[in-house]
Design a binder for this molecule. Structure first.
Ligand code: ZN
Ligand code: ZN
Length: 244
């Protein structure tokens, strides 16, 4: 979509090495793309983390946590090495132009599952205004916008709102973290607006850049459910390993 216009304005860069690439070439250098580790076929049925071949249906984290408010998670790459650096540039160094490539990789790897889910809308994980000002954009929204465009679905960037600035809460348990995050989230004006018209989407794809502990996605998903959404699928570009 906008990537074509961006190509004309800025020299296109490879999202993996950040080096220049010819216009019209694949979005990442072939050699660079080969360095990344795809999530593969053996994944946790809940969150999408890779699990050892033939292992249980759920990863260690999901088995420990029990019930979750989203039904299924899909991701593309293991969060390590080059893709990790790519995500850092995307998030903190204004490499907004990587978003179409991330979305294309997400669709190439998980398109069947994402389309089969029958979503009515795509919703990004919100960031606080202050972060948005510093970064210039919400990275999850950039990916969500590209994904929604490809899936021909509406994207509601103001369905969820972050009302408080949360600090990293590594010392908290997963349960406490989710509870804290839920307090920092609220339905945005689009949630209210859709509800008033009796058009609350029943099935939505919730998008973020990275899945680590899953607390943020769990909290967002719970708030979505509270607004009347019935089924949530979580889509991310990178995910941590599930072997722990
Ligand atoms: Zn490259
Ligand atoms: Zn899992």
């Amino acid at each position: 979509m906008e990537s074509r216009i961006l190509d004309l304005l800025y020299p296109p860069r490879c999202p993996v090495c950040d080096g220049l690439r010819p216009i019209g070439a694949p979005r990442a250098h072939v050699k660079c793309r080969e360095k990344l580790t795809p999530v593969g076929a053996d994944t946790c049925m809940r969150c999408g983390k890779p699990v050892p071949e033939g292992a249980a249906e759920y990863c260690y984290d999901c088995s420990a946590k029990g019930e979750s408010s989203f039904e299924r998670g899909v991701s593309v790459f293991l969060y390590e090495g080059e893709i990790r650096e790519s995500m850092v540039r995307f998030k903190f160094h204004r490499r907004e132009e990587y978003a179409p490539w991330y979305a294309a990789e997400l669709l190439a790897a998980q398109g069947t599952t994402l389309r089969g889910f029958g979503a009515e809308a795509v919703i990004p994980v919100p960031v606080h205004r202050r972060k948005m000002r510093n970064r210039g954009y919400n990275q999850a929204e950039r990916i969500a916008r590209e994904l929604a465009y490809e899936l021909e679905l509406p994207m509601y960037a103001d369905y969820l709102r972050r009302n408080r600035f949360t600090v990293p809460q590594k010392e908290l348990s997963n349960h406490e973290r989710v509870r804290n995050l839920m307090r920092a989230l609220e339905p945005g004006w689009q949630a209210e607006w859709l509800k008033r018209q009796h058009k609350t989407p029943r099935r939505v794809i919730l998008v973020d850049d990275i899945y680590t502990t899953g607390s943020t996605l769990e909290a967002c998903s719970s708030v979505l459910k509270a607004t009347g959404v019935e089924h949530v699928m979580v889509a991310t570009i990178c995910i941590g390993g599930g072997y722990v």
